[in-house]
Design a binder for this molecule. Sequence first.
Ligand SMILES: [Zn+2]
Length: 100
Amino acid sequence: MADPKFTKGPWRPLLNGAEDTSVASPGGIIADVRCIDDYPSHEQVDANATLIAASPTLYEALQRICGDFRGTIKANHKPGCDCNYCFAIAALERAEGSSS
Ligand SMILES: [Zn+2]
């Protein structure tokens, strides 16, 4: 399996309770998270940055759970299957940009 194209983690949120914050990788800032016209709240800006920063770890967790069985799962489950594995594989594909 190819390495993901996204910036290598770990990522961390730079929380400050203000209307703008950032998410940093070891190499520098990878995302700005903003409140524009009072949306979302400053609390949600920090929560969104925290969620974004967790993305590489969440991606790796799903890879560890499904990675070795991904082909087998896809081969043995019908499109539209609602099981947890198919949901996890769909999330991985979405993160990889191979599904919308
Ligand atoms: Zn399934």
